[in-house]
Write a protein of this length. Structure first.
Length: 454
């Protein structure tokens, strides 16, 4: 047992805290010194109350306080888990990480290819852009941004009108704003049974209840989506059809059409997260149900993660409302970042960087399969790889961490009940292919990641 009643009583006396806050403080201490790690599941309210000799209501208040402090997160049907982004977890990580030794395969970013292009385009920006860098974006800035976004989205086989585009400060803001507009606060939302951290974070911030929809090798199953829509009060679904995070699944044309038909038949609104879309040749689900769709996208996964330049588009009637609410959307856009992104797109440099990104990711995928052996290959090469492991994913991730390689256990992505025997490997974030190969070779030496050549 990681928490002890005498320690909690001492905390309560020394800091003059009520018992529930002392329990929350003890949880923070266990995270800070590494006894509790990101992703660890805490005991149930009843079990911890029994262990500590407290009432269930006291433990419930303690978990509520720990959630408020962003130490833990509770998920219906799964339990309460330590958050990786908690300040205490970050402090512990800082204390144990040696950048020269540890290899990060947990952070999902594109390969660092854009530095020289960004430097060159920054030098080319007009002086008036630099003078206005500290201001809100003007109408002219936003109009030019919409035109550039329309041009960039042509690669997704979409011909967008300016009125259908809302500029945002990155895809995460766009996703959160779309969910707020469509589902409100505290509503019900359908999503993939293995959901991207950004989707779960947006849901937590808005108090949304996520309902999982089963996946197969192409992503969400149409029949499963229809069943979930009929079984719940949810009228919004979030999908990642292109390089689904974490599985890497890519939907073909037939699957996209089938899902669009279900969305129409069930009266659902679609929020399509298309940040990985430029990295594949397949199109969008939204194109088949445009009047019910909102797409959230950005340059962060295909060009450069630091360009916080995103957008919403689609044919759903909520778009004009979101466009008018500039405090939630356009005013978050930096004029400097917007001008830089527009310059990259208008010059064709963004398209060139996307092509290079696709080539680099394909090379790194081949490297992963040749080093680890044959796993279950899903979809097109992307910046992340869903890798099967022997035993539980949490144990495999812990074993990898002990060898200085950080990966993400599959349970981090799970919505609802059930574990997983996979981990997510992020292939593009290492500074070089050699560094990636070194990390993969360390993993290959672990029994949990054993070769699957047979």
């Amino acid at each position: 047992m990681l928490l002890h009643r005498p320690d909690i009583d001492a905390l309560a006396r020394e800091r003059r805290l009520p018992l529930f806050k002392a329990v929350a403080e003890a949880i923070a201490g266990a995270i800070a010194d590494g006894r509790l790690k990101p992703g660890d599941r805490l005991p149930t309210h009843r079990a911890l109350a029994f262990d500590l000799g407290l009432t269930i209501s006291t433990v419930t208040e303690a978990y509520r306080e720990a959630t408020r402090r962003r130490l833990v997160s509770g998920e219906v049907g799964r339990g309460t888990f330590v958050l990786a982004e908690s300040r205490e977890a970050e402090l512990f990580a800082l204390g144990r990480l040696d950048p020269s030794e540890r290899i990060d395969l947990s952070t999902n970013v594109p390969a660092d290819l854009a530095g020289e292009a960004i430097e060159a385009h920054l030098r080319m920006l007009p002086a008036d852009v630099l003078r206005r860098a500290g201001l809100y974006p003007g109408a002219g800035d936003l109009a030019r941004a919409r035109l550039a976004i329309a041009r960039f989205m042509e690669r997704r086989s979409l011909r967008l009108r300016s009125a259908e585009i809302v500029a945002c400060a990155g895809a995460q803001q766009a996703l959160t704003v779309a969910l707020l507009g469509l589902a409100g606060r505290g509503g019900d939302v359908l999503c993939e049974a293995l959901a991207a951290p950004g989707v779960k974070a947006a849901a937590r911030s808005l108090g949304l209840r996520l309902h999982p929809v089963p996946l197969d090798g192409e992503g969400v199953e149409p029949e499963g989506l229809l069943r979930a829509a009929r079984a719940t009060s949810a009228r919004v679904v979030v999908l990642v059809p292109a390089l689904q995070n974490p599985t890497g699944a890519v939907m073909g044309a037939n699957r996209r059409r089938a899902l669009a038909e279900v969305i129409r038949a069930a009266g659902l609104a679609l929020v399509e997260d298309d940040v990985y879309g430029p990295l594949v040749d397949e199109g969008t689900v939204a194109a088949g149900c445009w009047e019910r769709a909102v797409i959230a996208s950005s340059l962060s996964k295909s060009v450069a993660p630091g360009l916080r330049f995103g957008w919403l588009t689609g044919g759903h009637p909520i778009l004009p409302e979101l466009a008018r609410d500039i405090h939630l959307t356009a005013w978050g856009v930096s004029p400097l970042v917007s001008a830089l992104a527009v310059s990259l797109i208008e010059s064709g440099e963004a398209d060139s960087l996307v092509r290079r990104q696709r080539e680099e990711v394909a090379t790194r995928h081949r490297l992963a399969f040749s080093t680890l052996g044959r796993g279950r290959r899903i979809g097109a090469p992307g910046p992340h790889l869903w890798w099967p492991v022997s035993g539980e994913a949490d144990g495999a991730a812990a074993a990898a961490s002990a060898l200085g390689v950080e990966v993400v256990p599959g349970g981090v992505f799970a919505v609802g009940r059930g574990g997983t025997d996979h981990v997510r490997l992020c292939l593009a974030g290492t500074p070089s292919r050699a560094r990636l190969k070194e990390g993969l070779e360390r993993l290959a030496g672990l029994e949990a990641f054993g070769r699957r050549d047979g």
